[in-house]
Design a protein around this ligand. Structure first.
Ligand code: UD1
Length: 363
């Protein structure tokens, strides 16, 4: 079978890496698979894209659509126009495989369905029920037209079944992001700046923020950062800064006592930082899962999450905008009093294998 695999932005790259590795393994065993890898170019900076391809040993994309940044409509529309041109030249395609919930995910699944191709959505069935999050719209639309659904948890499968999906096409397989994490655990490397800045492993908080609701308003962003800067007392906060957040921070002058701004990190450096942090403070989706797997306390600066199992059984809690709760949580972490957590079912490094087994049985 011929699969067209889509990736567009940083959180997609760790999700496709194990799928491509598994397909390549099957091809070397003589199984009937081939694929094209399409990079939409939604993320294009070296540190947001190329570094991940190198570190995760993802092959060069067969095409880069080079869409770059823009408004949601511009970006989504450009991906659609360019991906349609590509897909029209690939009549041998049996399946278009999309991952996650970014604009590239929804744009390419729409194009594929309108050309009557089958679509598989990896990480289907996640719902925050918050339509102010662009990703929630992307998830809902992608799931409404996909043919095959691969889920990270049993709850996500239940959501899809409650939305009327045929159970034959809903497959609880686990988490490909965790496949990548498990695969790279013995390759993690400390970033040089830790030693240069005199920050010891296990003695710092890690911070990432990039959601429009947290970072697009300078005042709101600075309020949150000032609170974090104060609450961590004598600990440092390592803050790899997303381009979107940097754009906002450049608006006016500011200074911090404990927060150390650093460039966006590569995968092996970032997971090293996560694994060796006191806790992560974040508004990311994927990091809630990675910290649950690593059993690192996670404080999520969002009002809701589409990944509730990271809270019910994992190491995550929702902070929202409650700075008192953030203060209390940081105090607990400093006192080494965090909740017991477990790793969700099937987050075992073998998800890509299960996905390819399912696809093999269908085509
Ligand atoms: C996108 C995804 C989000 C994901 C995030 C991970 C959507 C709707 N959002 O958000 O779900 O969690 O990626 O990073 O698809 N920029 C650069 N260099 C780059 C990419 C972006 O400088 O390589 C800057 C540009 O100023 C751009 C801004 O970052 O306007 C935002 O980029 P964009 O791709 O629109 O969304 P993200 O915030 O990265």
């Amino acid at each position: 079978m011929h699969i067209v695999i889509i990736a567009g932005a940083r959180p997609n790259f760790m999700k496709i890496a194990p799928i491509i590795r598994e397909i390549n393994a099957r091809i070397s065993k003589g199984e009937n698979f081939s694929y094209d890898l399409v990079h939409t170019g939604q993320h294009y900076d070296k540190k947001m894209s190329d570094t991940f391809f190198e570190e995760l040993q993802i092959p060069e994309p067969d095409i880069n659509l080079q869409v770059g940044s823009g408004t949601h409509a511009q970006q989504t529309a450009q991906i659609m126009v360019k991906f349609e041109e590509f897909l029209l030249q690939k009549p041998e395609t049996n399946l278009v495989l999309v991952v996650g919930d970014i604009n590239s995910t929804v744009a390419c699944s729409l194009v594929a369905k309108k050309l009557n191709h089958k679509v598989a959505h990896v990480e289907a069935g996640l719902r925050s029920y918050d339509l102010e999050m662009p990703e929630e719209i992307n998830r809902m639309v992608t799931d409404s037209i996909s043919d095959y659904f691969f889920t990270t948890t049993e709850d996500a499968s239940k959501i899809l079944l409650s939305e009327g999906k045929n159970s034959d096409n809903v497959h609880f397989v686990g988490n490909t992001m965790i496949d990548t994490l498990a695969y790279n655990l013995d390759k993690l490397t400390p970033p040089d700046f830790l030693e240069e800045k005199g920050i010891a492993p296990g003695e710092f908080f890690l911070l990432t923020l990039h959601r429009p609701s947290n970072v697009d308003s300078f005042d709101h962003l600075i309020d949150q950062l000032k609170s974090i800067d104060e609450f961590v007392k004598d600990k440092k906060v390592v803050f790899p800064i997303h381009p979107r957040t940097l754009n906002s921070l450049k608006e006016r002058d500011h200074s911090f006592q404990n927060i150390e701004l650093v460039e966006p990190q590569g995968y092996l450096n970032f997971i090293y930082l996560l694994k060796n942090s006191l806790a992560i403070i974040t508004d990311s989706g994927g990091i809630q899962e990675e910290s649950t797997f690593l059993k690192v306390p996670c404080l999520t600066l969002r009002l809701n999450t589409e990944r509730p199992e990271t809270i019910t059984i994992g190491s995550n809690i929702l902070i929202g905008n409650d700075m008192e709760l953030l203060k209390k949580s940081i105090e607990q972490i400093l006192a080494k009093q965090w909740k017991e957590s477990k790793i969700p079912d099937k987050w075992d490094g073998k998800t890509a294998e299960r996905i390819i087994d399912v696809l093999k049985s269908k085509f």
